[in-house]
Design a protein around this ligand. Structure first.
Ligand code: GLN
Length: 380
């Protein structure tokens, strides 16, 4: 293994999901729902297979899906993208992130990213030979400190990597914060890559795409995917919306990573994106009640709980339960009470900051959450 990838030999999600299978524990670690997406959408993929949509789709994605993505951006955010030149379909948001890093960075460039960060950010920045520069979001509310962000930007900074709603903290960037990010990006002439896969999962503060802020559309690569919104994390249909030169750049890398993917899922996701508002509203109402259910349970079980404004994750501090170290806590948890969670420290460069934090996913059936809470209550 080369030096660039030396520190990335395994992912915490695979490790913790394997532990859950091995111990029969309830898996609140890796973020995936235990209920599949809408039946009509599942049927649309089966119909597509039956209709013979099983060979390579067009490189940028099928036109029907690119049009549906552009319509979604317009319907929810008033953003206009040309489906032919400003939208690219990818193999999940994961490929969109990797292709963006590989396409937009020169070796030695610096990328300023919000820490804790989703694990593929650090790995793909490294694959591009670039250097990550974290700006830390701190408990209890994980607000972005704009002075720290400004201080992290140097003459070597090429891009900002933003994620809102934010995994793992559940923070949702506010309009004034986004405006400040925009001001810095414009002043320092930076590209911004923004990962908005949890765009429809907010519980009060609505999601605001960075591309809607004045002056940002032309310098922003917006990434999202079908996995969270439509509860089909295994389908791996993602997308990029950006100006033509940025989409062309990302596409140059994408075409040699997977070339294309997910032929029969592409028309199904085109259908899904056109679901009525009631679907999208139902999604966040449902998740909000799950959030509250798990947060109340975790607090009763003795965790310090940082209630999230978005995503399907909640961050907790385990010091009240007699642990300084979230990794030790998560290793013990399956045998102590049959639950799996993720130690948030793996998302931090600043290990002290993340040491005692543990992330739980609440995208699970109510009965599963209740059972997990019952088990966690035995920790007291
Ligand atoms: N995004 C999911 C999480 O944060 C997992 C994705 C993965 O396993 N790569 O838990």
């Amino acid at each position: 293994l080369n030096r660039r990838l030396n520190e990335f030999t395994s992912t915490i999600f695979a490790e913790m999901s394997a532990l859950a299978v091995q111990t029969g524990a309830i898996n609140l670690g890796q973020g995936f729902p235990d209920t599949d997406g809408p039946a009509d959408i599942l049927q649309a993929a089966k119909d597509a297979i039956d209709a013979g949509i099983n060979q390579y789709p067009p490189g940028p994605g099928i036109p029907e899906l690119r049009t549906a993505i552009a319509s979604h951006q317009h319907r929810f955010y008033g953003l206009t993208y040309d489906p032919d030149t400003e939208v690219l379909v990818t193999a999940g948001a994961t490929e969109a992130i990797a292709a963006s890093m590989l396409a937009l960075l020169e070796p030695g460039d610096e990328v300023v990213a919000l820490e804790p960060y989703y694990d593929s950010y650090a790995a793909t920045i490294a694959m591009a030979g670039a250097v990550r520069v974290p700006v830390t979001l701190r408990a209890p509310d994980f607000t972005l400190d704009l002075d720290e962000l400004a201080a992290a930007i140097t003459p070597k900074t090429r891009l900002l990597l933003i994620n809102t709603p934010h995994n793992p903290t559940g923070a949702v960037l506010s309009l004034p914060q986004l405006q400040q990010i925009a001001r810095l990006a414009i002043e320092r002439d930076l590209i911004v890559v923004t990962d908005e896969v949890y765009e429809h999962m907010t519980f009060g503060t609505p999601h605001i795409p960075l591309a809607t802020i004045d002056g940002m559309r032309e310098r922003t690569v917006t990434i999202s995917s079908c996995g969270k919104t439509f509860s089909v994390t295994g389908w791996k249909i993602g997308w990029v919306c950006a100006s033509p030169p940025l989409v062309a750049a990302v596409r140059a890398a994408k075409q040699f990573l997977t070339y294309v993917s997910g032929a029969p899922f592409q028309p199904a996701i085109a259908t899904a994106l056109a679901l009525p508002d009631s679907f999208y509203e139902g999604l966040s109402i449902d998740l909000k009640s799950k959030r509250d259910r798990l947060c109340v349970g975790l607090a009763a079980a003795g965790f310090d709980v940082f209630t999230p404004a978005g995503t399907y994750f909640v961050t907790t501090d385990v010091r009240g339960l007699g642990y300084d170290d979230g990794i030790a806590f998560c290793r013990d948890l399956p045998s102590r009470c049959g639950v799996v969670a993720v130690p948030s420290v793996v998302f931090y460069d600043d290990k002290d900051e993340g040491r005692s934090l543990v992330r739980f996913a609440f995208c699970k059936k109510d009965a599963v959450l209740d059972e997990a809470i019952d088990r966690l209550m035995t920790l007291r």
